[in-house]
Design a protein around this ligand. Structure first.
Ligand SMILES: Nc1ncnc2c1ncn2[C@@H]1O[C@H](COP(=O)(O)OP(=O)(O)OP(=O)(O)O)[C@@H](O)[C@H]1O
Length: 772
C-alpha cells in the first residue's frame, strides 16, 4: 500500500493551511502526517504520471499481469477529478496511462476479433476503424470500462444505464478474465487514444452531476475506470489480464459542503460511510483482524475483495493519492489526513496531538468504575459477586463471540476459498468437458468430412470416367472435324488462288473495258467531227454547185455578148480599124477567158470526182465504224452483265464459306468458279459460242472469261448488218456525179486547199481508231 499526497498550491503561501516539514511529512494544525511521497504544486500532470503511475505500469501491470488500484481522495475541489481526468488541454493520469500502454502495444496490437475470443461477447468495438486496427497475430491489447457508484447503486457510464440492483452480490467474478466487476459491465476495445478520449467524454457526460465538456463540477459519486492490459500467449490459446483501476472517490463531505453542493444528507452519509468503511476494511485487513463482514456490505470494499483474496490479505496493490488544497477547508483536510493515517498510515503517523477523544474515553471509563465501585461498596457483596459473575460471563461471552467471529471470518475465508476453488474446478471441468466435446465434435466432423470426401471422390471418379469417354468420342469427332477443316483449308487455298486469278482477270477485263470505252468515246468524238466535216463539205459542195451555175450563167451571158459583139462587129466592119482591133482584142480576151474557165471547170470536176470518191470511201468507213461501235457497245454490255453475274456468284460463295477460317473470310466458295454455267442461259447461247474444253484443269477462269468475251465479241461483229449511208451524203454524191457540173464547182470553190487537208486528217483519224 502506498500513499501519495498531491498538493494544490495556492499563490499566497502565507495563507497555506499546511507546511511540508520534511521530505514526505506535512504539518497541519500542529499535527504531522507522513506519506510515501508528496507532490507539490509545481509538479505538473506529466511529472505526476511519471513519478506515481508509470513505475507500477512498468513493474506490475505490463510484465507481471498484476492488478493495481489507485484511489484519489480528498476534500471537495482539491483536484481529484483534475488528477484523474485533467482538462482537454492538460490531460490527467487516465489518458497518460492509456497512451503509455498503447505505446507499449504498438506493433503487437491484437485485433478486436482476436481479443474478443478471449474476453467474450461483452467486448465492444467502438468504431469501424477499430475493427481494422491491430492484427490477428498480435499479442497485446487494451480495453476499458467505466462505472460509478452513487447512492449505493452502480451505473455503467459507457452504456448510461443502471447495470444491477443495489446488491453487492451483483459484483461478480468474470470467468473470462477472472476479475471481480459489476455484472454485465461494458468493456470497450481500444485501438487508439483518440477513441479513448471520445469514450471518456461520453462516460463523463453520463456521470451524475458532471456537466458536458467539464471535469470540474463535483459529482458526489465514486467513479471507477478499469484499464485492462491483455496479454495473449504465443500460441494464441491463453490470455492474462492485468487491471489498473483508477477510482475517483467522492470527497468526504461536511454537512455544510454537502448542502453547498446540493447533495442530499442521505447521499452524504452513504458516501462518507462507504469511504469510512473502506478505510476500516483496509485497516482491519492490514492489522490481521480481517473484519470480512464489511466486504459483504460495502461495494467499494467488495470491488477490492478479489485483490485481497488473491494476495491472501497481504499487501494489496493499493495506492492512495490524497489531494489537498493549500487554501482549502482545514477541518475537512484534517479529517482526510486522519482517515488516511488511521486506516492506512497508522504506523507511520510521526506525531500528533494527544487524542482528546482518548482522554475523554479514559475519563469516562474512570467515572464509570468509580461509580460502580461506590455502588459496589454501597451495595452488598452479593451484588458484587453477581456482577463479577456477570463480568466473567461477559468476558467468556466476549471471548466466545470473538472466537465465533474469528471462526466466522475463517469460515467465510475458507468458504470463499472453497467456492473460489470449486468455481475454478468447475471452470476447469467445464473447460475439459468443452475440450472433450470439441474433440468428439471434431472427430465426428472429421469422420463426416471423410465420408463426404470419399463420396465426393467416388462421384468425381464416375464423372471423370464419363467425361473421359465423352472426351474420347469428342476427340475422334474432333479429329474428323480437324480433317474436314484441313480439307476445307485446302479447298479454301485453292479457292483463294482461283479467286486471285479471277480477280486479276476481272481487273484485266475492267482495264480492257475501260480501254474500249475510251476508244469508243474517241471514235464518237472523231465521228462527230467527221459529221461536222461532212456537213461543211456538203455545204461547200452546194456553194460550189451554186458558183458553177453562176459561172455557167456568166459563160452563157459572155457567149451572148460575144455574139452581140460579133454582130456589132459585122455591122461596123467598115468602122475604124482601131475600134475593130479593140473589138477583136476583146473577143480574144473573152475567148481566152472562156478557155481558162473551161479548163478550171474540168479541173473542178476532177476535184469533185475525187472528193466524191473520197467521200464515199469515208462514208463507208464511218458506217463500218458505227457498226463496230454498236458491236463493241453490245459486247461491253454483255461483259458487264457477265461480270455482274460472276460477282454475284463470287459474293454468294463467300457467304457460304465456313466461318471458322477468320483470316480467309474473303475467300470464295468453289462453286463460284462455275459462274458462267449458271449465268443467264439465253444470253450466253446467243452471245457465246461454247468454250473449248481445256485439256488442263488448271486453266484459270479469267482465261475462260477472256475467251468467252472474245468469242462473244467476234460473234457479235459477224452477225451485225452494215449501216445505211446517210441520205444527204448520197444526195450530194448524185449532184457531184454529174461531170458537166464539175468545172462550175471548181470555178466557185474557194476552199479547195483546206478541204484537201481536212480529207487527209479524216483519213488519218480513221486509221488511228480502227478497232481491235
Ligand atoms: N493541480 C491543479 N492545477 C490546476 N488546477 C487545478 C488543480 N487541481 C484542481 N484544479 C482545478 O480546480 C477545480 C476543481 O478541481 P476538481 O474538480 O478536480 O476537484 P475535485 O476534488 O474533483 O472536486 P469534487 O470532489 O467536488 O468533485 C477544477 O477546475 C480543476 O481544473
Amino acid at each position: 500500500m502506498e500513499t501519495i499526497l498531491r498538493v494544490r498550491q495556492s499563490n499566497d503561501e502565507t495563507s497555506s493551511l499546511f507546511e511540508v516539514t520534511s521530505g514526505n511529512t506535512i504539518q497541519v494544525d500542529g499535527q504531522e502526517f507522513k506519506f510515501d511521497s508528496i507532490q507539490g504544486g509545481q509538479v505538473d500532470q506529466q511529472e505526476l504520471f511519471e513519478r506515481t503511475v508509470q513505475p507500477f505500469l512498468d513493474s506490475e501491470i505490463i510484465p507481471h499481469s498484476k492488478d493495481v488500484t489507485l484511489f484519489t481522495m480528498g476534500p471537495s475541489g482539491a483536484g481529484k477529478s483534475y488528477t484523474v481526468f485533467g482538462t482537454p488541454s492538460n490531460v490527467g493520469l487516465l489518458y497518460r496511462s492509456l497512451s503509455y500502454l498503447l505505446q507499449q502495444v504498438t506493433g503487437d496490437l491484437a485485433s478486436y476479433d482476436t481479443v474478443k475470443k478471449h474476453l467474450g461477447m461483452n467486448l465492444i468495438n467502438p468504431t469501424k476503424s477499430g475493427a481494422q486496427a491491430g492484427n490477428s497475430s498480435g499479442h497485446t491489447a487494451v480495453t476499458v470500462s467505466m462505472f460509478e457508484i452513487y447512492n449505493d447503486s452502480i451505473k455503467d457510464l459507457f452504456a448510461n444505464r443502471e447495470i444491477n440492483s443495489r446488491s453487492v452480490l451483483d459484483i461478480v467474478t468474470d470467468p473470462r478474465d477472472g476479475k471481480l466487476k459489476p455484472r454485465n459491465l461494458s468493456q470497450f476495445y481500444v485501438p487508439n487514444i483518440d477513441i479513448c478520449k471520445r469514450l471518456f467524454e461520453l462516460g463523463l457526460k453520463n456521470r451524475r452531476g458532471i456537466q458536458k465538456g467539464s471535469t470540474s463540477t463535483s459529482s458526489g459519486s465514486h467513479c471507477f475506470v478499469h484499464i485492462n492490459f491483455v496479454k495473449i500467449s504465443k500460441d494464441g490459446r491463453k490470455s492474462a489480464v492485468s487491471r489498473f483501476t483508477l477510482a475517483d472517490l467522492s470527497s468526504i463531505e461536511s454537512t455544510k459542503s454537502a448542502q453547498a453542493k446540493n447533495i442530499s444528507m442521505k447521499q452524504k452519509s452513504i458516501n462518507n460511510t462507504s469511504i469510512l468503511e473502506l478505510g476500516r476494511c483496509i485497516h482491519s485487513l492490514r492489522s490481521g483482524k480481517q473484519d470480512m463482514s464489511l466486504l459483504r456490505t460495502n461495494k467499494i470494499a467488495r470491488l477490492l475483495f478479489h485483490d485481497f483474496i488473491k494476495n491472501k490479505g497481504m499487501n494489496p496493490q493499493l495506492k492512495f493519492l490524497v489531494n489537498l488544497d493549500s487554501n482549502g477547508d482545514q477541518g475537512t483536510s484534517l479529517q482526510i489526513l486522519r482517515y488516511i493515517s488511521s486506516s492506512i498510515n497508522d504506523d507511520r503517523r510521526t506525531s500528533s496531538r494527544p487524542s482528546s477523544s482518548g482522554s475523554r474515553d479514559s475519563v469516562k471509563r474512570l467515572s464509570v468504575t468509580q461509580r460502580l465501585s461506590s455502588r459496589i461498596s454501597s451495595t452488598h457483596v452479593k451484588e458484587k459477586e453477581t456482577l463479577e459473575k456477570i463480568k466473567k460471563e461477559k468476558d467468556i461471552l466476549t471471548k466466545e463471540l470473538k472466537q465465533l467471529q474469528d471462526k466466522l471470518v475463517e469460515n467465510e475465508i475458507s468458504i470463499r476459498k472453497e467456492i473460489s476453488n470449486n468455481f475454478e474446478e468447475s471452470i476447469a471441468k467445464l473447460n475439459d468437458e468443452f475440450r472433450q466435446k470439441e474433440i468428439s465434435l471434431q472427430n465426428s466432423l472429421e469422420k463426416d468430412c471423410d465420408r463426404k470426401l470419399t463420396d465426393l471422390a467416388d462421384e468425381y471418379e464416375q464423372t471423370l470416367c464419363s467425361m473421359r469417354s465423352e472426351l474420347d468420342s469428342k476427340s475422334i469427332e474432333n479429329q474428323d472435324l480437324l480433317k474436314k477443316i484441313a480439307s476445307l483449308r485446302d479447298e479454301l487455298k485453292h479457292n483463294k488462288i482461283e479467286n486471285e486469278s479471277f480477280q486479276s482477270s476481272i481487273t484485266k477485263l475492267n482495264e480492257t473495258i475501260e480501254l474500249k470505252a475510251q476508244k469508243i468515246s474517241d471514235l464518237k468524238v472523231s465521228s462527230a467531227s467527221l459529221r461536222e466535216e461532212l456537213d461543211t463539205t456538203t455545204a461547200s459542195l452546194n456553194e460550189t454547185t451554186k458558183s458553177l451555175n453562176d459561172s455557167k450563167e456568166l459563160v452563157t451571158r459572155l457567149q451572148a455578148e460575144i455574139t452581140e459583139k460579133k454582130s456589132l462587129l459585122e455591122q461596123r466592119e467598115f468602122g475604124s480599124s482601131e475600134i475593130k482591133q479593140d473589138y477583136e482584142k476583146q473577143i480574144r480576151d473573152l475567148r481566152n477567158q472562156v478557155k481558162r474557165l473551161d479548163a478550171d471547170v474540168t479541173a473542178g470536176e476532177n476535184v469533185i470526182k475525187k472528193l466524191e470518191s473520197n467521200l464515199e470511201q469515208k462514208i463507208a468507213e464511218v458506217d463500218e465504224m458505227k457498226t463496230k461501235l454498236s458491236q463493241a457497245e453490245k459486247s461491253i454490255d454483255f461483259n458487264k452483265r457477265h461480270i455482274d453475274i460472276l460477282k454475284d456468284k463470287f459474293t454468294a460463295s463467300k457467304q457460304k464459306l465456313p466461318a471458322s477460317d477468320d483470316n480467309n473470310s474473303a475467300t470464295e466458295h468453289p462453286k463460284s468458279s462455275r459462274a458462267p454455267e449458271t449465268a443467264d442461259p439465253d444470253s450466253l447461247k446467243e452471245n457465246i459460242s461454247p468454250p473449248k474444253k481445256s485439256k488442263h484443269k488448271s486453266s484459270s477462269k479469267s482465261q475462260k472469261i477472256d475467251d468467252a468475251l472474245k468469242l462473244t465479241s467476234f460473234t457479235l461483229f459477224d452477225k451485225l448488218e452494215p449501216q445505211s449511208v446517210d441520205s444527204s451524203v448520197k444526195r450530194k454524191r448524185n449532184i457531184l456525179s454529174s461531170p458537166t457540173k464539175a468545172s462550175d464547182l471548181l470555178m466557185s470553190s474557194p476552199t479547195k486547199t483546206r478541204k484537201k487537208l481536212r480529207k487527209k486528217e479524216i483519213v488519218n483519224i480513221f486509221d488511228d481508231n480502227e478497232l481491235d
